[in-house]
Ligand binder design. Structure first.
Ligand code: 4AD
Length: 465
C-alpha cells in the first residue's frame, strides 16, 4: 500500500523516510546528469533532486524530468534527505527529496504567464528596477482571464482562506447568539433594492428578477416567527459602474432579528460579531495574513474592543469642521466617506466604526423613520478604512406605512405585493443588515480592488471565466 505525504509535512524529523507526494512542478532545472525540481502543493514547496546512478535513476529519467513543463502535476517517490545548506526559497527548506521515481499525472500546456511573475510584489519590481533589472509583471485582465492559474499564487491561496474564515466567524458568532441560517430564493418577481440595478430575465413567460439582496425574504422569515436569521448567499446587482469596489455578483452576509427598543440592539450584535471576527482572523489566519502582506503590504486594521458609534449628523459636523462642503441631508460619496474615515482614525484611533441615523430620503423605502425626527431614519452604515462594508436598519413593520413609503418612492407595488402582505398578520419590530463579503476581505487586508477578493469576479465587462 502506498502512503501519500503532504509537502507541508516534509520536516527534518522525517529524514531517512521514503515518501510519495503528488505536487505541481513549480520549477525545474536539468543539468545533464542531474535535475532539480521545486515541487509545490498550494503554498508549500520542497526541493526534489535526481542524480543519474546505476540502479534507480537512469539518464532517460533525468531527461524526462528536466523536460517537464512548469505547473504539471507529478507523482514523486523518494527518500527524504538533509540538504547541505537550507534550500533557499522553499517552505520546507530543511529537507530535500532524493527522487527514485517520477511520473507525470497531468501535463501543463504552455502557460500564459508564470505563477511566480503573478506572485511578485510591486516593491520587488521597484527594487529590481532600481538595480537595473526588469522583472515581468502580469496585468489584472490577463490574471482574471486566466484566474484558474492566477489563484495559485501564495497571496491568492491566502486570500481565499481568509475569505472562508470570515464566513466561518460570521456563522460562529451569530449561531452563538441564537441565529439560524436560512436560504432564500434568488429568482424573484420584483426588485428588492430599487429597479435600476436589477437583472431582469424571462421567467417561464413572465418577468423575473435576480435577487439584489435577501431583504424581503429575511423579513418574511421574521414575520414567520423565526426570530433571528442569517444567510450567506449570492447577490446580483446590474451595477453599470466599473469601480474598485463594485461587482455585479457578490456574496452577501445578511442578518435580521427582532428588536425590542431600537436598532441599537442590532448594532450591539454587530459589534460583538465584528470584534470576534477581527480577533479570530488575526489569531487563526496569522500565517495567511502575513503571506498576503508579502505581496500586498498593508497595516493591520485598527479597531476598538467596543466599536465606535457616531450619528450621521456628528459625521457631517466633523467633515464641516475639517472644511468640507457637505449637504447635511445628502449622501456621502466615496471621497467624503474616505475623508471621514481619516478624521475618525485621527480622533478615535479606529478604522472600524458605525455611522447611524442617516437621513431618511437617502435610504430604501423599507427603512424605519426616526420617531423624534422623521427627516432621519433608524439606519446605519458600517465602515472599514473609510469604505462601506455594511448597510442596515430597523425596518417598517406596519403594512400601511410600508405600502405608503413604497408608493411614495414610485415602486411598482404590484410586483412586491406578497412581501407587503406578509406584514398584515402581525409583524414584530425588527432590523438587520447586509455585509459584502468581498469588501470585508478587501478592506481588512488593505487590498485596493474587490476583484482580488472575488474568486471569479463579475463586473460590467466580465462574465467569464
Ligand atoms: O448597501 P446594500 O445595497 O444594502 C442592502 O442590500 C440592504 N438590503 C441591507 C440591509 O439589510 N439594509 O448592500 C449591503 C452591502 C454593502 O454595504 C456592501 O458591502 C455590499 O453589500 N455591496 C456590494 N459589494 C460588491 N459589489 C456591489 N455592487 C455591492 N453593493 C453592495
Amino acid at each position: 500500500e502506498r502512503v501519500w505525504s503532504d509537502v507541508a509535512s516534509l520536516t527534518p524529523d522525517r529524514v531517512g523516510q521514503s515518501v510519495l507526494v503528488r505536487a505541481r512542478v513549480h520549477n525545474v532545472r536539468g543539468k545533464g546528469k542531474s535535475c532539480f525540481l521545486v515541487l509545490r502543493q498550494a503554498t508549500a514547496t520542497v526541493q526534489a533532486a535526481m542524480f543519474v546512478d546505476d540502479q534507480t535513476v537512469s539518464k532517460g529519467m533525468v531527461k524526462y524530468a528536466s523536460a517537464l513543463p512548469r505547473e504539471s502535476i507529478v507523482d514523486v517517490e523518494g527518500k527524504l534527505a538533509a540538504p547541505a545548506a537550507p534550500v533557499e526559497g522553499c517552505s520546507q527548506s530543511q529537507v530535500e527529496l532524493h527522487v527514485t521515481a517520477i511520473h507525470c499525472v497531468s501535463r501543463s500546456a504552455v502557460l500564459p504567464f508564470e505563477v511566480t511573475d503573478a506572485a511578485r510584489s510591486a516593491e520587488a519590481v521597484k527594487k529590481a528596477a532600481e538595480a537595473g533589472e526588469v522583472l515581468p509583471t502580469v496585468g489584472q485582465d490577463v490574471r482574471l482571464d486566466n484566474r484558474f492559474i492566477d489563484l495559485r499564487t501564495p497571496a491568492n491561496q491566502a486570500i481565499f482562506r481568509v475569505q472562508s474564515a470570515v464566513c466561518q466567524l460570521f456563522r460562529e458568532s451569530l449561531q452563538g447568539e441564537g441565529f439560524i441560517e436560512i436560504h432564500t430564493p434568488k429568482l424573484l418577481a420584483g426588485a428588492s433594492e430599487g429597479g435600476a440595478a436589477v437583472f431582469r430575465f424571462d421567467y417561464m413567460g413572465r418577468p423575473g428578477c435576480l435577487a439584489q439582496s435577501p431583504q424581503f425574504y429575511k423579513q418574511m422569515a421574521i414575520c414567520s416567527d423565526l426570530g433571528r436569521v442569517f444567510e450567506i448567499g449570492p447577490v446580483f446587482r446590474a451595477e453599470n459602474s466599473y469601480t474598485h469596489r463594485h461587482l455585479c455578483e457578490f456574496t452577501g452576509l445578511d442578518m435580521e432579528m427582532t428588536v425590542n427598543e431600537s436598532y441599537h440592539e442590532v448594532l450591539d450584535v454587530l459589534d460583538r460579531l465584528f470584534v470576534h471576527m477581527f480577533q479570530g482572523l488575526n489569531e487563526r489566519c496569522a500565517r495567511e495574513l502575513a503571506v498576503i502582506g508579502e505581496q500586498f503590504p498593508y497595516e493591520p486594521l485598527k479597531f476598538l474592543p467596543k466599536s465606535l458609534r457616531l450619528t450621521f449628523a456628528e459625521g457631517i459636523q466633523m467633515l464641516q469642521e475639517a472644511g468640507y462642503d457637505v449637504d447635511p441631508f445628502g449622501d456621502l460619496n466615496t471621497e467624503l466617506e474616505r475623508a471621514l474615515g481619516k478624521l475618525v482614525k485621527e480622533k478615535y484611533n479606529t478604522e472600524f466604526y458605525m455611522l447611524h441615523r442617516y437621513p431618511l430620503a437617502i435610504r430604501p423605502f423599507y427603512t424605519m423613520p426616526c420617531k423624534d425626527d422623521p427627516r432621519y431614519s433608524c439606519s446605519f452604515d458600517i465602515f472599514i478604512r473609510g469604505e462601506e462594508i455594511i448597510s442596515g436598519a430597523q425596518r417598517i413593520h406596519d403594512p400601511a406605512l410600508l405600502t405608503e413609503r413604497a408608493e411614495a418612492l414610485g415602486l411598482p407595488v404590484e410586483t412586491i405585493q406578497s412581501y407587503l402582505d406578509s406584514f398584515k398578520y402581525g409583524a414584530p419590530p425588527h432590523g438587520g443588515c447586509g455585509v459584502g463579503l468581498e469588501r470585508v476581505v478587501m478592506l481588512f487586508c488593505g487590498l485596493d480592488n474587490i476583484r482580488k477578493t472575488s474568486m471569479f469576479p463579475r463586473d460590467p465587462k466580465r462574465l467569464e471565466p
